[in-house]
Design a protein around this ligand. Structure first.
Ligand SMILES: *[C@@H]1O[C@H](CO)[C@@H](O)[C@H](O)[C@H]1NC(C)=O
Ligand SMILES: *[C@@H]1O[C@H](CO)[C@@H](O)[C@H](O)[C@H]1NC(C)=O
Length: 566
């Protein structure tokens, strides 16, 4: 009896070890297939936000689906498919039709041209390349579509590289041959194993201000007037991690910092210190109706407020164009407006630039604030916005998103426009209206510094600045403070919180693994092979340990409880 029991256990042990071997083999095969990622790519997740409780942007983050390049297959189920599209070729009509059809989609991966955004070399700087300008315009349109829709699938951006291009080519060929990637046919699988995005707390918005006090003439006891130079520095775009806003308003911020540097030199000498205070304000919340500007003004020192003569807001002054607009909300025949405009026009002529006045009345009951100067106008402070944009932008239009990259900003134009503002201000401050004086002459120690301008444009073009992802202690915010402190006095922060009109979600970057997966047919073949192997192994082990007779016996013997019953 004891011997029989032993044999039985031995047989079972052999059986178990065979199964374990087989499982190990399967795991090995599957493991090899899964671990063999064809590429691991840095990807940038699309914005996810709520506007007054309405869900917008991409509402999913995790991805684990097969790749396809074709959104147009009628009737096909794409709920487990990620569409890869070069963003320059993305067809908005098609994307929109698909969205409106309420069919599910596994995800969307949008590819930027590999050199998108970076200035290639100084020759091609600015929009010298017409083709590039066309691509940029298209990307801006795709971006607007993405931002203003509720997309119930994950959307990611990546830069094309050789690996991705080859994968895409293969996918396109397979799609064209009617062999789209599925569980049955194999192909590429795109995997981003992340949890759902979480709501972020209301973002802090940080304004930074610096002050250059003017000099009163001897015996003059009146309060000195103040001119404010303002630029909004934060951005909003389809991909928060890529929204660097080189032009909007990297160019404005750069101009503000250079103006602070130039006038600090003039003001350092009592002989050239002007009878005007200069207030420099870098504001946040620009994309959200200039909410930070509103909060900054509400907390203004009463004395500063009473001394304000006008505010000049700088916005989008960096692309290759010699046309600028001075946007105002006071009637153009207002004396102050007329004077400011004519100072600009006078200087512009000498620089081969043109500055036209654009008037748009503000509507107090409309929550939309299209220009920064409108926040000043609402507080009854004379103000204007200098911009290359002719018309008032819609919400999230021209807010420094993915279409606003370094390559579109022309350094020479920025330098020219800074000179325009500096000379116009100088004529106002020193009361030299209509005279052909030049204060910031090229080659002089007061000239606009192109290296300084470039350094700031480059830094800003590398630094995404979407408020909910910036935080109070963001290095770029400290850098602004430090730079203003270098040239101006009484530099201070003003922190506030954006109200809950906008709610944002986290996860702006991820790692995408592209796996080449075997088809189900291949998997079945492997399983079959393993099955045969398992059977053979079992037989061989049994025969070698127990002999042939025992094998027959083992197969014939009915399952019995004999062992136990004795
Ligand atoms: C901006 O600020 C004002 C007052 O602080 C608020 O009423 C308004 O809703 C804010 N939000 C936006 C997005 O404009
Ligand atoms: C001002 O804005 C409100 C709210 O958006 C709107 O109903 C009204 O028609 C506007 N008025 C004018 C004169 O545009």
């Amino acid at each position: 009896m004891a011997i029989e029991t032993k044999t039985k256990y031995k047989n079972m042990a052999i059986l178990f070890s065979s199964i374990i071997a087989a499982v190990a083999l399967v795991a090995l095969v599957v493991g090899v297939v899964v671990a063999d990622a064809a590429a691991v790519v840095e990807v940038y997740r699309m914005i996810q936000y709520d506007l007054r409780g309405v869900p917008l942007g991409s509402r999913r983050a995790a991805m684990n689906h097969h790749a396809s390049s074709n959104l147009a297959v009628p009737g096909s189920d794409l709920s487990r498919t990620v569409i890869i599209l070069p963003i320059a070729e993305a067809n908005i009509t098609m994307l929109n039709e698909y969205l409106q059809s309420k069919r599910l989609l596994g995800g969307l991966l949008l590819l930027f041209p590999h050199d998108y955004g970076s200035p290639t070399d100084s020759d091609s700087e600015g929009d010298g390349d017409d083709n590039y300008a066309v691509v940029r315009k298209h990307i801006a349109e795709v971006e607007q579509w993405l931002i203003h829709n509720n997309l119930p699938y994950p959307v990611y951006f990546a830069y094309e590289d050789e690996n991705l291009i080859n994968i895409l080519k293969e996918v396109v060929v397979n799609d064209a041959a009617g062999r789209p990637a599925t569980a049955m046919t194999g192909g590429y699988k795109l995997v981003i194993p992340v949890a759902d995005a979480k709501k972020l707390p209301p973002p802090t918005i940080t304004n930074i201000q610096g002050w250059l006090p003017g000099l009163r003439a001897e015996g003059d006891n009146s309060v000195l007037p103040t001119i404010a130079i303002v630029a909004s520095y934060d951005t909003f775009g389809a991909a928060p991690a890529l929204s660097v806003g080189s032009d909007n308003s990297g160019s404005g911020v750069t101009a503000l910092l250079e103006l602070a540097r130039l006038f600090s030199r003039l003001y350092a000498n009592p002989k050239t210190r002007g009878p005007y205070n200069l207030l420099f304000g870098l504001t946040a919340g620009g994309p959200y109706n200039y909410n930070g500007t509103h909060k900054w003004l509400r907390n203004f020192d009463q004395r500063i407020r009473e001394s304000m003569e006008y505010a000049l807001c700088l916005n989008t002054i960096g692309s290759s164009s010699n046309q600028l607009w001075l946007h105002v909300s006071k009637p153009p025949d207002n004396v102050f407006i007329k004077q400011i405009h004519s100072e600009f026009v006078d200087v512009a002529e000498g620089l081969d630039l043109s500055v036209e006045l654009r008037h748009k009345k503000i509507n107090i009951s409309n929550p939309r604030v299209a220009w920064e100067h409108e926040q000043f106008s609402r507080q009854r402070i004379t103000a204007a916005t200098l911009s290359q944009l002719e018309t008032a932008p819609e919400l999230f239009q021209h807010t420094g998103g993915i279409s606003d990259s370094r390559r579109m900003v022309n350094e020479t134009t920025v330098v020219q426009n800074i000179k325009l503002v500096a000379e116009s201000l100088a004529r106002h401050i020193y009361k030299q209206q209509g005279k052909q004086i030049e204060v910031f002459a090229e080659g002089s120690s007061l000239a606009v510094n192109p290296a300084y301008v470039r350094a700031w444009l480059d830094l800003l073009s590398r630094t995404p600045r979407v408020a909910p992802f910036l935080g109070k202690n963001a290095p770029i915010v400290s850098a602004f403070y430090k730079e203003l402190a270098e040239h101006t006095m009484d530099v201070s922060y003003h922190h506030d919180t954006l109200d809950s009109t906008f709610v944002f979600y986290d996860l702006t970057k991820a790692q995408l693994s592209v796996h080449q997966v075997a088809s189900v047919t291949f998997d079945l073949f492997v399983m079959l092979a393993v099955g045969v192997y398992l059977g053979l192994l079992f037989l061989i082990l049994l025969v070698t340990t127990k002999g042939f007779d025992d094998l027959i016996g083992a197969l014939r013997r009915p399952p019995s409880r004999k062992v136990k019953s004795t």
